[in-house]
Design a protein around this ligand. Structure first.
Ligand code: TRH
Length: 408
């Protein structure tokens, strides 16, 4: 290639790890089965996104009475994860043809046997790379077996091209929204669906749901007394390795805030979500990392903290600003395109201008207003109490049946 010195070519840079292909082999099954492709079920990887996808998949299997299978494509299941899923699930290998009603298949090693797939299998994609790889494998499988694939269910929890600069990854992620296949899109939030539609993406069928408070946090929330005591404590959602959570911007803002705040020595600033080194903010104030907390510990911190910062450079709200706000934490978050969370409840402070100056001054105003004890009212009951988040599953079943009848 012109201008390209082959001896300097770095092999690692010529492949895209995420699209290491899948292969499907034909199998026969009597019962219908719902499958979900997931990167991992290991506790350190399971945050809001994966746990919501699992909840949807489990509910779909229960409501429709289908068998179920989780296909793990990135991380091998750790012993801790296995103990959560056994004995309900049987851990199987790609080479096994088995009829167990609930299976977990670890496919991270891409064993050459191929994943057994029958025409009675239905698939849920989660991350864009699962959509890409499964779509490609199905194209081959369809040709080999002369069978039309059932519509795919694409569980979309963010605009994932936005996780990358304009690049190969961006184009690949975006392509999964544009392929000419029957994809049923399920959007995590109406806001996200609007963002897709505003940007010209449309699917065969579309549904959207609003997230609900995690059940462990709900238990803590509903046990709180009528008046709660807040410490002079600021909680930040601190995940340095997840760029969309804008960790550096939060740190820059805190570095300005420590010089604005009167009585700064009385405040404690803690970071939860991912372990990192303590960070010196100035005036001897440190940002302490608590790492990823268990939900019980996180609930306790939410209960005690007076203010919070949780940013999300995406049209999706992300869960922590919502969680902080229902626990009465005055939380600063950012707007993004069509996203503005100001009406979620009174504890959310939604910033149009997300720069360190604005965040620092907003935090100062919040802290100046500190009151140790306040009456506790649950802001946004729908978010805390909605028991029927995925009510549209019945409608999906009808769509799947209609498509099956058409292709007979
Ligand atoms: O899975 P997440 O990292 O986020 C994903 C993506 O951001 C995606 O874009 C978004 O659309 C999708 O979620 C819904 O999770 P998120 O939203 O950042 O939520 C974090 C969850 O982790 C939250 O529900 C509570 C939990 N948590 C802990 O278990 N321990 C902790 O210490 C903290 C701070 C949170």
């Amino acid at each position: 290639m012109a201008g390209y010195e082959n001896d300097k070519l770095n092999i690692e840079e010529t492949t895209i790890a995420e699209i290491n292909p899948y292969y499907f082999r034909a199998t026969k099954r009597t019962k219908k089965r719902i499958n979900i492709f997931l990167p991992s079920i290991n506790p350190e990887h399971v945050f809001g996104g994966i746990s919501t996808a699992i909840r949807f998949y489990e509910e779909m299997a229960t409501r429709l009475g289908y068998d179920k299978r989780i296909i793990l494509v990135d991380a091998k299941p750790a012993p801790e994860a296995i103990s959560i899923y056994e004995p309900e699930y049987t851990f199987v290998e790609a080479k096994d043809d088995c009829e167990e009603a609930a299976q977990i298949l670890s496919y991270s090693d891409r064993k050459p046997y191929g994943i057994p797939v029958s025409e009675r299998d239905y698939f849920i994609f989660t991350g864009w790379w699962t959509a890409h790889c499964a779509g490609a494998a199905f194209t081959v499988w369809e040709k080999e077996n002369g069978i039309n694939v059932n519509p795919f269910i694409y569980f979309i929890q963010d605009y994932e091209p936005g996780f990358y600069p304009w690049s190969s990854h961006y184009l690949l992620a975006e392509a999964t929204y544009k392929v000419k296949r029957k994809q049923i899109a399920i959007f995590n939030t109406k806001l996200l669906q609007e963002y897709f539609n505003n940007n010209g993406y449309h699917f065969f069928k579309e549904y959207a749901f609003e997230p609900v408070l995690n059940s462990s946090l709900k238990e803590v929330l509903y046990s709180l007394p009528e008046s709660i005591t807040k410490k002079k404590q600021i909680l930040i959602y601190g995940r340095p390795s997840t760029k969309r959570n804008a960790f550096l911007l939060i740190v820059e803002a805190l570095k300005q805030w420590v010089y604005l705040q009167s009585g700064i020595e009385e405040w404690r600033i803690i970071s939860a979500g991912e372990e990192h080194e303590p960070i010196e903010l100035g005036k001897g104030v440190m940002l302490e990392s608590l790492g990823k907390l268990s939900l019980a510990e996180y609930g306790k911190v939410l209960q005690e903290s007076y203010a919070g910062i949780s940013l999300m450079a995406s049209p999706h709200p992300s869960y922590p600003p919502l969680e902080m706000s229902v626990f009465g934490v005055k939380v600063i978050t950012n707007t993004f395109a069509n996203k503005d969370l100001k009406n979620f409840n009174d504890h959310i402070v939604s910033l149009e201008v997300s720069n360190p100056e604005n965040i620092a001054h907003t935090l100062e105003a919040i802290c100046d207003d500190y009151k140790p004890v306040s009456e506790f009212v649950i802001g946004n009951k729908e978010y805390c109490e909605n028991e029927d988040v995925f009510g549209f599953i019945a409608d999906i079943e009808t769509v799947l049946e209609e498509v099956a009848t058409e292709s007979e």
